[in-house]
Design a protein around this ligand. Structure first.
Ligand code: SF4
Ligand code: SF4
Length: 335
């Protein structure tokens, strides 16, 4: 706040339901309302009928201790979620709340193909902003389609807010050879190149860096205070990092954990993918240790997946989780 950064993003389910309360204590109780911009979201898991949308919204206002949200987003829109949101008149309810002054700006967060995004923007021209997954590795990724989704936003003149600029930490904790490419530059952190990359595009109004501690906050402030987009040399370096990462055939899981709640076998899916990625990267015993002694002690093993497919419906990255778990089982459970 002292440095002039005043945009805060939350959702009802973040941090096991504690994020809104934390914001109320840390932000709302300590600063006048006009000093900060607060975004909240309407999330699929917390309503099933039209009548439940408004009470959920009111409970979110109460949890945050505010009278209005600056932005309210239809969370994680995809073909499937959009169908449900429409069935429950979620967009219409949000627009009513906007007319009542309880929402200042109405938007969506989005995880699906660009043609789905285009259809939603055509159907609801009232959408004012789109929160997109956007980072240098996903820019040309066939599943995430950051570039084509961004192009659709530009076509419809929608400002873009970026999520996952560091891809859930994957662009920070790089494998050694990729890390060396960025270390050979001028001393910026790995996060700095990822965030500056995302922030350097026209029409990007905000980048949510997803900080976890004070050091990350200080690092982010150091390069975003006097922002400069990536130089040609830095652009070439991140392109080289992309080539290295793609050559390793890593599972592009962002560890959002949307898949884990509904799993009947209580499989800690993102942690098992992290083990597989670590094994592909470092080729040592460490990943086996974590697989056997940490992530499958109180949770199911990859081989215990009953292939019900619930996880894949929840995955914003559209990962073939069932097939990938077979790969995990092959790697860690073979005799
Ligand atoms: S398909 Fe497997 S991992 Fe996915 S929810 Fe079902 S049991 Fe869990
Ligand atoms: S598998 Fe998909 S839903 Fe699960 S944590 Fe990874 S990206 Fe998120």
């Amino acid at each position: 706040m002292e440095k002039g950064f005043n945009y805060f993003d939350t959702a009802h389910g973040y941090l096991g339901g504690k994020s809104e309360t934390a914001l109320r204590e840390c932000l709302v109780k300590r600063y006048p309302r006009e000093r900060y911009i607060l975004t909240n979201k309407l999330t699929n898991f917390f309503f099933n009928k039209s009548e439940e949308v408004r009470p959920l919204f009111e409970s979110q206002l109460a949890a945050c201790g505010v009278d209005y949200f600056d932005y309210y987003l239809m969370h994680a829109q995809s073909e499937e979620n959009f169908t449900k949101f429409k069935r429950c008149h979620a967009y219409e309810t949000a627009l009513e709340l906007k007319a009542e002054g309880k929402i200042r700006h109405f938007g969506i967060s989005f995880h699906d193909k660009a043609d789905v995004l285009e259809r939603i923007l055509q159907e609801y021209p009232q959408i004012e902003v789109v929160l997109l997954q956007f980072n240098y590795l996903d820019y040309n990724d066939a599943a995430v389609q950051s570039k084509t989704c961004y192009d659709v936003c530009r076509k419809y003149s929608k400002p873009v807010i970026v999520m996952e600029p560091c891809k859930g930490g994957s662009l920070v904790n790089l494998p050694e050879d990729a890390d060396a490419v960025l270390k050979a530059l001028d001393g910026g952190s790995n996060a700095s190149y990822a965030i500056r990359y995302a922030a350097g595009f026209d029409g990007i109004t905000m980048v949510l860096s997803g900080m976890s501690d004070l050091d990350q906050m200080k690092d982010n402030l150091s390069f975003m205070e006097d922002f400069m987009s990536l130089s040609e040399k830095e652009q070439a370096a991140v392109a080289q990092v992309c080539d290295i990462l793609r050559s390793k055939n890593m599972v592009p899981c962002t560890a959002c954990r949307y898949c884990t709640d509904g799993c009947p076998e209580n499989i800690s899916i993102p942690d098992l993918f992290a083990c597989l990625n670590a094994k592909k990267t470092f080729h040592n015993w460490n990943a086996d240790y974590y697989y056997n002694n940490v992530y499958t002690v109180n949770n199911g093993k990859a081989s215990e997946c009953i292939k019900c497919g619930k996880c894949e419906k929840a995955c914003p990255q559209h990962l073939e989780i069932r097939r990938l778990l077979e790969e995990v089982a092959e790697e860690f459970e073979k005799k």
